[in-house]
Design a protein around this ligand. Structure first.
Ligand SMILES: *Cc1c(COP(=O)(O)O)cnc(C)c1O
Length: 354
């Protein structure tokens, strides 16, 4: 730390993203990216837009927002585009939390939430997951602060039913409830249809996981007009040009061929069930994942040990050094071929150990 670094941030512990190796060619199953590249039309749209990079981007993402709003069945005023969904989550911490209104989220969830709270300098409270790693809706009724729930949750993959989220919404009429749906397209119920019924609901989604665009950084929030207006106040006080021209053009092309993304989600779900069964057959315990990853532990080998053994074999999966879940690894679901490589490597590691 230099002597110039603000004392406000001297205690800040930044988020640690999953590794993005540059030298060795690993099979990357550690950051929940899509194994499927975007369609050529997506790259072509970005390339066609590149001749206008001398001009600032449209702060309203007008065309993209209109198209997405139509797909979601909402009004464009009920939608805001952001630089990945991390950005809208950060805006939500800024807009809807303060000294009197702490952020409230599960103890095991997306690692960015406590970091956002620290950066925004707002207090936060963690509510332990249940014994089977489930989010317990009753523990949030009421929550006593702004609720952040990833649904499906990460890294457990377990989803709440829409009716259970509604229970939380009803029990917290004077607090915002943020539902982070980064993984919703892999098999959970979206809360987007509820935004007109609940003025305290903000749903966030992303093009990163189910639409093969993690590297483009495109996310969004869906909520009633008033909440979107508040979030725009924050956005225009921070970075009005938050979505660049190339990403916006790519996003439009991606949505026009959304059937491709939906088919890919189906493939991932099928591969997830295939892999889960293969791992269970080897003695693994798994949570019931509705996401594009599995959360798994084996009674015969520690989480860290398995992670390192897989790394030796050229496969990256994610291990969290959090005592409660240190026996587990989070494994991104990829193509069937990638999953065959993974399960073969796991099998040989277990055999070597036995
Ligand atoms: C990946 C992820 C996000 C955000 O990803 P972006 O690439 O910023 O859209 C948000 N929440 C959870 C739970 C995630 O896993």
């Amino acid at each position: 730390m230099s002597r110039f670094f603000s004392r406000r941030y001297s205690e800040l512990v930044p988020y640690v993203p999953g590794e993005q190796p540059r030298n060795r060619r690993f099979l990357k199953l550690n950051t929940n990216e899509s194994p499927f590249p975007p369609l050529p039309a997506v790259a072509a749209a970005a390339a066609a837009e590149s001749g206008r990079l001398n001009l600032y981007s449209d702060t309203g993402c007008t065309e993209l927002r209109a198209l997405l709003a139509e797909r979601l069945g909402v009004d464009p005023d009920e939608l805001m585009m952001t630089n990945g969904s991390d950005e809208i989550l950060y805006f939500a911490f800024m807009a809807f939390c303060d000294e009197e209104t702490p952020a409230v989220f599960p103890d095991i969830t997306y690692g960015f939430y406590p970091v956002f709270a620290a950066t925004c300098r707002v207090p936060f409270r963690e509510i332990p997951l249940g014994e089977r790693w489930e989010v317990r809706p009753e523990a949030y009724c009421p929550a006593g602060g702004t609720v952040f729930i990833a649904n499906p949750n990460a890294p457990t993959g377990i989803a709440l039913k829409r009716a259970e989220i509604e229970r939380i919404l009803r029990a917290n009429p004077d607090r915002v409830v943020v539902v982070d749906e980064a993984y919703v397209d892999f098999g959970a119920e979206s809360c987007v249809p509820l935004i007109r019924q609940y003025g305290n609901l903000l749903v966030t989604q992303t093009f990163s996981k189910s639409r093969s665009m993690a590297g483009a950084r495109l996310g969004y929030g869906v909520a009633c007009r008033e909440l979107i207006r508040d979030l725009n106040t924050i956005r225009f006080s921070f970075h009005p040009y938050n979505v660049n021209r190339l990403t916006s053009a790519a996003g439009i092309a991606c949505l026009r061929e959304d059937g491709y993304n939906q088919e890919n989600c189906l493939l991932i779900r099928r591969n997830r069930e295939w892999t889960a069964e293969a791992l269970r057959g080897m003695g693994f315990m798994l949570t019931d994942s509705s996401a594009n990853f599995l959360f798994a532990r084996h009674p015969g080998i520690g989480g860290k040990a398995l992670n390192l053994a897989l790394r030796e074999k050229g496969i990256l999966v994610r291990h969290f050094s959090i005592p409660r879940i240190e026996d587990y690894n989070r494994i991104t679901v990829g193509t069937r071929e990638q999953m065959e490589t993974l399960t073969a490597a796991v099998r040989s590691i277990l055999e070597e150990k036995a």
